[in-house]
Design a protein around this ligand. Structure first.
Ligand code: HEM
Length: 373
């Protein structure tokens, strides 16, 4: 049992098939368990011929795919994905090597309303545990990285609810601070996740062994990124807290690219809230109308709660930047950019934006100095 399973049960009661995690993990619609168990060994031997044969053997007929439920389609994409990333790691474009996989990827993308390749959700949350775990290397470190990412999803699903609530409230409403406090509880998982990663994933192993499996692949002339942790939708929290009206063009461009790798309901959340007034925007406007000496208690509470969530985001980002810098250090790195398509410099600017917003809220609550008599 992983830490993730301790917090998962709330999700399994949900009707959304993408949250039926236990069923997706259990599904093996391609009968791929045995083949995928052999993949780490094949990857060690860099045996592209064996990977090509395995992918060709697993590709299902479109008629069969048509009979699959969404749960089965997600599991099918997950399993093909392991072979796509493995082939690419050894320098072979998988769709060029096995062209019959193209219509299947496109159909699975349509059926699941997601991109036509596997994503971080397939690789982590929807990946079985134990003997059936899908893995490129079979190493304990890879399993730790998968588990680090798995453990943030329950919190982020819950944050989708509290952030949606927050966007509907004004800072004078006591519910505003409450929604922020609950969001903070959910975001804590990001800090736990990065601490777990720092403790269990050596930057050298990520840089030299794992990172090559997350390269983009060509699907019908368009590049689709591998199952990168950068696809973890922390952006939905940023969007509501500050990003919708206090961002910068580089982070906006990164998000526009990342959003398409997420679940349909999360993409809908992004479309509904982008360009709206953020919590920082609403609160600083409200505070500017009040004199520092008689700030309404609800606004003070909102500022304290907002500062707390922004501090958690900052803590995650500072620790994350530390490990990313090591993994992408000149002496170690094999690639210029992260598996999410952006350089480490982006992480520095998102950290600065998070910190600037935290400072803005904190300063807005400081009472003006009384002039000396
Ligand atoms: C060895 C471990 C890791 C390294 C080297 C690393 C590196 C990076 C890099 C270079 C980026 C920039 C975008 C890109 O990938 O192209 C990025 C983005 C990101 N990563 Fe990681 N990462 C690691 C682990 C994690 C984990 C465990 C999580 C969370 C569960 C995570 C969440 C994110 C998020 C949310 C972003 C988007 C930028 C942000 O919101 O600050 N990463 N990562």
């Amino acid at each position: 049992m992983s830490l993730y399973d301790v917090v998962e049960p709330g999700l399994v009661t949900c009707a959304e098939p993408r949250y039926r995690i236990a069923e997706i993990r259990a599904a093996d619609p391609l009968g791929a368990d045995a083949v995928l168990a052999a993949v780490p060994g094949i990857n060690r031997d860099a045996d592209t011929a064996a990977l090509t044969v395995a992918l060709r053997a697993l590709v299902p007929d479109l008629d069969r795919v048509a009979g699959w439920s969404v749960v089965e389609a997600l599991a099918g994409m997950r399993d093909l994905g392991v072979l796509l990333g493995s082939l690419k790691r050894h320098g072979t474009e998988p769709v060029a090597a096995v062209p019959e996989v193209l219509p299947v990827l496109e159909e699975l993308g349509r059926r699941t309303d997601m991109v036509p390749r596997d994503t971080v959700h397939h690789y982590t949350t929807w990946n079985p545990l134990g003997r059936r775990r899908r893995s490129y290397t079979g190493s304990e470190t890879e399993a730790h990285l998968q588990d680090a990412v798995r453990m943030v999803f329950p919190g982020l699903v819950a944050a989708l609810g509290t952030c949606g609530e927050l966007a509907r409230l004004e800072p004078y409403d006591p519910g505003f601070a409450c929604a922020l406090d609950r969001t903070a509880q959910h975001v804590q998982s990001m800090v736990d996740s990065i601490d777990f990663t720092v403790a269990h994933v050596a930057p050298e192993f990520f840089a030299r062994t794992l990172r090559p499996y997350f390269e983009g692949i060509d699907v019908a002339g368009r590049e689709y990124l591998g199952p990168a942790a950068a696809q973890v939708p922390l952006w939905l929290v940023d969007l509501t807290l500050w990003q919708s009206d206090r961002s910068d063009p580089r982070y906006d461009a990164f998000l526009d690219e990342s959003v398409r790798y997420s679940l349909p309901s999360w993409r809908a959340f992004h479309a509904a809230h982008r360009g709206g007034v953020s919590a920082v925007g609403k609160l600083t406007a409200a505070l500017s109308w009040e004199s520092g000496h008689r700030t309404p208690p609800a606004l003070t509470a909102a500022a304290v709660s907002l500062t707390r969530v922004l501090r958690l985001l900052k803590t995650f980002r500072a620790r994350h930047l530390g490990i990313a810098r090591k993994a992408y250090h000149d002496d170690l790195r094999l690639y210029e950019t992260g598996s999410g398509g952006a350089p480490v410099a982006l992480l520095r600017s998102v950290l600065d934006l998070t910190r600037d917003n935290e400072n803005l809220v904190r300063r807005a609550t400081v009472p003006p100095r009384t002039p000396a008599a």
